[in-house]
Design a protein around this ligand. Structure first.
Ligand code: BJW
Length: 234
Protein backbone atom coordinates (compact mmCIF):
# COMPACT_ATOMS: atom_id res chain seq x y z
CA UNK A 1 0.00 0.00 0.00
CA UNK A 2 1.65 3.30 -1.04
CA UNK A 3 2.11 6.07 1.51
CA UNK A 4 2.93 8.83 -0.98
CA UNK A 5 1.64 9.05 -4.53
CA UNK A 6 2.74 11.37 -7.33
CA UNK A 7 0.69 11.37 -10.54
CA UNK A 8 1.90 13.08 -13.73
CA UNK A 9 -0.61 13.77 -16.48
CA UNK A 10 -0.26 14.99 -20.05
CA UNK A 11 -2.40 15.82 -23.04
CA UNK A 12 -3.58 12.21 -23.50
CA UNK A 13 -5.79 12.38 -20.40
CA UNK A 14 -7.81 15.20 -21.95
CA UNK A 15 -7.91 13.74 -25.49
CA UNK A 16 -11.22 11.97 -24.98
CA UNK A 17 -12.71 15.21 -23.67
CA UNK A 18 -12.00 16.69 -27.09
CA UNK A 19 -8.71 18.55 -26.54
CA UNK A 20 -6.00 17.77 -29.08
CA UNK A 21 -2.70 16.26 -28.01
CA UNK A 22 0.54 17.73 -29.37
CA UNK A 23 2.59 14.96 -30.96
CA UNK A 24 0.02 12.43 -32.17
CA UNK A 25 -0.44 12.35 -35.98
CA UNK A 26 -3.50 14.61 -35.64
CA UNK A 27 -1.91 16.64 -32.83
CA UNK A 28 -1.39 20.39 -32.61
CA UNK A 29 2.27 20.32 -33.68
CA UNK A 30 1.26 18.57 -36.93
CA UNK A 31 -0.22 21.82 -38.20
CA UNK A 32 1.38 24.52 -36.05
CA UNK A 33 5.13 25.19 -35.71
CA UNK A 34 5.89 25.09 -31.97
CA UNK A 35 8.79 27.55 -32.48
CA UNK A 36 6.29 30.18 -33.62
CA UNK A 37 3.71 29.77 -30.83
CA UNK A 38 5.38 28.07 -27.86
CA UNK A 39 8.69 29.88 -27.41
CA UNK A 40 9.51 33.35 -26.02
CA UNK A 41 11.26 34.07 -29.35
CA UNK A 42 8.08 33.23 -31.29
CA UNK A 43 6.06 35.57 -29.06
CA UNK A 44 8.59 38.38 -29.50
CA UNK A 45 8.55 37.93 -33.29
CA UNK A 46 4.77 37.74 -33.75
CA UNK A 47 2.70 38.31 -30.59
CA UNK A 48 -0.56 38.62 -32.56
CA UNK A 49 -0.10 35.11 -33.96
CA UNK A 50 0.60 33.70 -30.49
CA UNK A 51 -2.44 35.49 -29.01
CA UNK A 52 -4.64 34.09 -31.83
CA UNK A 53 -3.34 30.57 -31.14
CA UNK A 54 -4.07 30.75 -27.40
CA UNK A 55 -7.42 32.52 -27.91
CA UNK A 56 -8.43 29.55 -30.08
CA UNK A 57 -7.18 27.05 -27.47
CA UNK A 58 -8.90 28.96 -24.61
CA UNK A 59 -12.22 29.04 -26.51
CA UNK A 60 -11.97 25.31 -27.21
CA UNK A 61 -11.43 24.46 -23.53
CA UNK A 62 -14.67 26.25 -22.61
CA UNK A 63 -16.65 23.76 -24.71
CA UNK A 64 -15.33 20.52 -23.17
CA UNK A 65 -15.99 18.54 -20.00
CA UNK A 66 -13.82 16.42 -17.68
CA UNK A 67 -13.90 12.71 -18.51
CA UNK A 68 -13.87 9.47 -16.50
CA UNK A 69 -10.07 9.59 -16.14
CA UNK A 70 -10.08 13.09 -14.59
CA UNK A 71 -12.90 12.02 -12.27
CA UNK A 72 -11.09 8.83 -11.22
CA UNK A 73 -8.02 10.85 -10.14
CA UNK A 74 -10.20 13.21 -8.13
CA UNK A 75 -11.75 10.16 -6.44
CA UNK A 76 -8.29 8.73 -5.71
CA UNK A 77 -7.28 11.99 -4.02
CA UNK A 78 -10.50 11.99 -1.94
CA UNK A 79 -10.51 8.33 -0.89
CA UNK A 80 -6.87 7.30 -0.66
CA UNK A 81 -5.19 7.88 2.73
CA UNK A 82 -1.75 8.36 1.11
CA UNK A 83 -0.03 11.70 0.67
CA UNK A 84 -1.06 12.78 -2.80
CA UNK A 85 0.15 15.18 -5.49
CA UNK A 86 -1.19 15.51 -9.03
CA UNK A 87 1.22 17.27 -11.40
CA UNK A 88 -0.25 18.14 -14.76
CA UNK A 89 1.53 19.40 -17.86
CA UNK A 90 -1.88 20.41 -19.22
CA UNK A 91 -2.97 24.02 -19.30
CA UNK A 92 -6.68 23.13 -19.35
CA UNK A 93 -8.72 23.20 -16.14
CA UNK A 94 -10.31 19.75 -16.45
CA UNK A 95 -8.61 18.29 -13.36
CA UNK A 96 -9.93 21.01 -11.04
CA UNK A 97 -13.34 20.88 -12.70
CA UNK A 98 -13.40 17.13 -11.92
CA UNK A 99 -12.65 17.91 -8.25
CA UNK A 100 -8.86 17.58 -7.93
CA UNK A 101 -7.37 19.95 -5.35
CA UNK A 102 -3.79 18.83 -4.65
CA UNK A 103 -2.75 19.90 -8.12
CA UNK A 104 0.18 21.67 -9.75
CA UNK A 105 -0.06 23.07 -13.29
CA UNK A 106 3.65 22.87 -14.11
CA UNK A 107 3.16 24.36 -17.62
CA UNK A 108 0.72 27.07 -16.50
CA UNK A 109 -2.97 27.63 -17.18
CA UNK A 110 -5.08 28.83 -20.10
CA UNK A 111 -7.37 30.76 -17.79
CA UNK A 112 -4.59 32.95 -16.41
CA UNK A 113 -2.65 35.86 -17.86
CA UNK A 114 0.80 37.10 -16.92
CA UNK A 115 1.75 40.76 -17.11
CA UNK A 116 5.36 41.06 -18.26
CA UNK A 117 5.44 44.67 -16.98
CA UNK A 118 4.54 44.07 -13.32
CA UNK A 119 4.75 40.26 -13.06
CA UNK A 120 1.17 39.89 -11.73
CA UNK A 121 -0.94 36.88 -12.67
CA UNK A 122 -4.66 37.37 -13.17
CA UNK A 123 -7.67 35.26 -14.07
CA UNK A 124 -8.34 35.52 -17.81
CA UNK A 125 -11.24 33.83 -19.58
CA UNK A 126 -11.75 36.04 -22.63
CA UNK A 127 -9.70 36.97 -25.65
CA UNK A 128 -6.19 38.40 -25.20
CA UNK A 129 -4.54 40.82 -27.61
CA UNK A 130 -1.75 43.38 -27.92
CA UNK A 131 -4.25 45.95 -26.64
CA UNK A 132 -5.11 44.02 -23.45
CA UNK A 133 -4.37 45.88 -20.23
CA UNK A 134 -3.18 44.45 -16.95
CA UNK A 135 -5.91 44.49 -14.25
CA UNK A 136 -3.21 45.18 -11.69
CA UNK A 137 -0.88 47.86 -13.14
CA UNK A 138 -3.09 48.99 -16.07
CA UNK A 139 -0.16 48.75 -18.52
CA UNK A 140 -1.24 47.90 -22.06
CA UNK A 141 0.67 45.67 -24.47
CA UNK A 142 2.36 43.51 -21.85
CA UNK A 143 -0.11 40.68 -21.34
CA UNK A 144 0.79 37.12 -22.29
CA UNK A 145 -0.80 33.75 -21.64
CA UNK A 146 0.42 32.34 -18.31
CA UNK A 147 1.84 29.20 -19.91
CA UNK A 148 5.36 27.78 -19.92
CA UNK A 149 7.06 27.85 -23.31
CA UNK A 150 10.18 25.98 -24.41
CA UNK A 151 13.24 27.45 -22.74
CA UNK A 152 11.23 28.73 -19.75
CA UNK A 153 11.31 27.21 -16.28
CA UNK A 154 8.24 25.12 -15.40
CA UNK A 155 6.36 26.17 -12.27
CA UNK A 156 6.73 24.87 -8.71
CA UNK A 157 9.68 22.62 -9.51
CA UNK A 158 10.94 22.66 -5.90
CA UNK A 159 7.64 21.29 -4.63
CA UNK A 160 7.53 18.68 -7.38
CA UNK A 161 11.11 17.56 -6.71
CA UNK A 162 10.38 17.17 -2.99
CA UNK A 163 7.29 15.06 -3.72
CA UNK A 164 9.20 12.86 -6.19
CA UNK A 165 12.01 12.30 -3.69
CA UNK A 166 9.50 11.10 -1.09
CA UNK A 167 7.02 9.10 -3.18
CA UNK A 168 6.62 5.33 -3.25
CA UNK A 169 4.20 5.25 -6.20
CA UNK A 170 4.63 7.30 -9.39
CA UNK A 171 2.01 7.09 -12.14
CA UNK A 172 2.43 8.73 -15.55
CA UNK A 173 -0.75 9.19 -17.60
CA UNK A 174 -1.25 10.33 -21.19
CA UNK A 175 2.15 11.84 -21.87
CA UNK A 176 4.58 10.98 -24.65
CA UNK A 177 7.66 11.53 -22.51
CA UNK A 178 9.21 13.92 -25.01
CA UNK A 179 9.36 17.10 -22.95
CA UNK A 180 11.73 17.69 -20.04
CA UNK A 181 11.83 18.08 -17.10
CA UNK A 182 8.54 16.11 -16.83
CA UNK A 183 9.96 13.27 -18.94
CA UNK A 184 12.66 12.76 -16.31
CA UNK A 185 10.30 12.42 -13.35
CA UNK A 186 9.97 8.63 -13.74
CA UNK A 187 13.72 8.15 -13.30
CA UNK A 188 13.77 10.44 -10.25
CA UNK A 189 10.87 8.54 -8.68
CA UNK A 190 12.61 5.25 -9.39
CA UNK A 191 15.80 6.48 -7.78
CA UNK A 192 13.71 7.32 -4.72
CA UNK A 193 12.53 3.70 -4.64
CA UNK A 194 9.02 4.24 -5.99
CA UNK A 195 7.02 1.75 -8.01
CA UNK A 196 6.48 3.35 -11.41
CA UNK A 197 3.39 2.81 -13.57
CA UNK A 198 2.57 4.05 -17.07
CA UNK A 199 -1.05 4.46 -18.20
CA UNK A 200 -1.03 5.58 -21.83
CA UNK A 201 -2.55 4.78 -25.18
CA UNK A 202 0.78 3.30 -26.28
CA UNK A 203 4.27 2.85 -24.80
CA UNK A 204 5.84 6.29 -24.33
CA UNK A 205 9.42 7.39 -25.05
CA UNK A 206 10.34 6.46 -21.49
CA UNK A 207 8.43 3.16 -21.35
CA UNK A 208 11.50 1.15 -20.27
CA UNK A 209 11.68 3.11 -17.00
CA UNK A 210 8.28 1.89 -15.76
CA UNK A 211 7.79 -1.20 -13.62
CA UNK A 212 4.21 -1.73 -14.83
CA UNK A 213 2.03 -0.43 -17.64
CA UNK A 214 -1.54 -0.54 -18.86
CA UNK A 215 -1.93 0.67 -22.43
CA UNK A 216 -5.31 1.89 -23.67
CA UNK A 217 -7.58 4.95 -23.65
CA UNK A 218 -7.31 6.96 -20.44
CA UNK A 219 -11.05 6.73 -19.76
CA UNK A 220 -10.61 2.95 -19.46
CA UNK A 221 -7.17 2.41 -17.96
CA UNK A 222 -7.23 5.18 -15.34
CA UNK A 223 -10.57 4.24 -13.66
CA UNK A 224 -9.46 0.58 -13.72
CA UNK A 225 -6.15 1.46 -12.04
CA UNK A 226 -7.84 3.63 -9.40
CA UNK A 227 -10.47 0.96 -8.66
CA UNK A 228 -7.74 -1.65 -8.10
CA UNK A 229 -5.61 0.65 -5.94
CA UNK A 230 -8.53 1.63 -3.72
CA UNK A 231 -9.77 -1.99 -3.51
CA UNK A 232 -6.29 -2.98 -2.31
CA UNK A 233 -6.67 -0.47 0.53
CA UNK A 234 -5.09 2.63 -0.96
C1 BJW B 1 -3.57 9.00 -24.90
C2 BJW B 1 -4.81 9.18 -25.45
C3 BJW B 1 -5.88 8.65 -24.73
C4 BJW B 1 -3.45 10.07 -26.79
N1 BJW B 1 -5.66 8.03 -23.58
N2 BJW B 1 -3.36 8.37 -23.76
C5 BJW B 1 17.46 18.52 -25.03
C6 BJW B 1 17.43 17.54 -24.06
C7 BJW B 1 16.64 17.68 -22.94
C8 BJW B 1 15.87 18.79 -22.75
C9 BJW B 1 15.90 19.77 -23.69
C10 BJW B 1 16.69 19.64 -24.81
N3 BJW B 1 16.52 20.74 -25.58
C11 BJW B 1 15.62 21.54 -24.97
C12 BJW B 1 15.26 20.96 -23.82
C13 BJW B 1 14.30 21.48 -22.85
C14 BJW B 1 12.87 21.49 -23.35
C15 BJW B 1 12.54 20.12 -23.92
O1 BJW B 1 12.18 19.20 -23.22
N4 BJW B 1 12.61 19.94 -25.22
C16 BJW B 1 12.37 18.63 -25.82
C17 BJW B 1 11.43 18.80 -26.99
C18 BJW B 1 13.68 17.97 -26.13
N5 BJW B 1 12.05 21.77 -22.20
C19 BJW B 1 11.83 23.02 -21.80
O2 BJW B 1 12.25 23.99 -22.42
C20 BJW B 1 11.07 23.17 -20.52
N6 BJW B 1 11.76 24.01 -19.65
C21 BJW B 1 12.96 23.69 -19.14
O3 BJW B 1 13.56 22.68 -19.45
O4 BJW B 1 13.41 24.60 -18.22
C22 BJW B 1 14.74 24.46 -17.75
C23 BJW B 1 15.55 25.50 -18.42
C24 BJW B 1 15.07 26.77 -18.60
C25 BJW B 1 15.84 27.73 -19.21
C26 BJW B 1 17.11 27.38 -19.65
C27 BJW B 1 17.59 26.10 -19.48
C28 BJW B 1 16.81 25.16 -18.85
C29 BJW B 1 9.72 23.83 -20.77
C30 BJW B 1 8.83 22.94 -21.57
C31 BJW B 1 7.53 23.67 -21.86
C32 BJW B 1 6.58 22.84 -22.69
N7 BJW B 1 5.50 23.65 -23.09
C33 BJW B 1 4.39 23.02 -23.82
C34 BJW B 1 3.41 24.14 -24.21
C35 BJW B 1 2.64 24.62 -22.96
C36 BJW B 1 1.55 25.59 -23.30
C37 BJW B 1 0.54 25.04 -24.27
O5 BJW B 1 -0.20 24.11 -23.95
O6 BJW B 1 0.52 25.56 -25.38
O7 BJW B 1 3.75 22.06 -22.98
S1 BJW B 1 4.89 22.06 -25.23
C38 BJW B 1 3.71 20.78 -25.00
O8 BJW B 1 4.39 19.55 -24.67
C39 BJW B 1 2.92 21.18 -23.74
C40 BJW B 1 2.77 19.85 -23.06
O9 BJW B 1 2.49 20.04 -21.69
C41 BJW B 1 4.10 19.19 -23.33
C42 BJW B 1 4.08 17.68 -23.16
O10 BJW B 1 3.25 17.08 -24.10
P1 BJW B 1 2.38 15.80 -23.69
O11 BJW B 1 1.42 16.15 -22.66
O12 BJW B 1 3.30 14.67 -23.38
O13 BJW B 1 1.57 15.54 -25.05
P2 BJW B 1 1.98 14.66 -26.32
O14 BJW B 1 1.08 15.06 -27.42
O15 BJW B 1 3.43 14.72 -26.57
O16 BJW B 1 1.66 13.16 -25.87
C43 BJW B 1 0.34 12.72 -25.66
C44 BJW B 1 0.38 11.26 -25.23
O17 BJW B 1 -0.95 10.86 -24.94
C45 BJW B 1 0.89 10.32 -26.35
O18 BJW B 1 1.81 9.39 -25.81
C46 BJW B 1 -0.39 9.56 -26.80
O19 BJW B 1 -0.14 8.21 -27.16
C47 BJW B 1 -1.21 9.62 -25.55
N8 BJW B 1 -2.66 9.57 -25.80
N9 BJW B 1 -4.68 9.84 -26.67
C48 BJW B 1 -4.37 7.89 -23.16
N10 BJW B 1 -7.17 8.76 -25.21
Amino acid sequence: MPSSIVILTGAGISAESGISTFRDPDGIWATVDYREVATPEGFAANPAKVHAFYNWRRRNVLTVEPNAAHRALARLERECPATFLLVTQNVDSLHERAGSQKLIHMHGQHDQALCTACGMRSAWNGEMSLASTCPSCAAAGHMRPDVVWFGEMPYQMDRIQRALAGCDLFVSIGTSGNVYPAAGFVRQARQAGARTVELNLEPSEGARHFDDADHGPATQVVPRFVDRLLAAGG
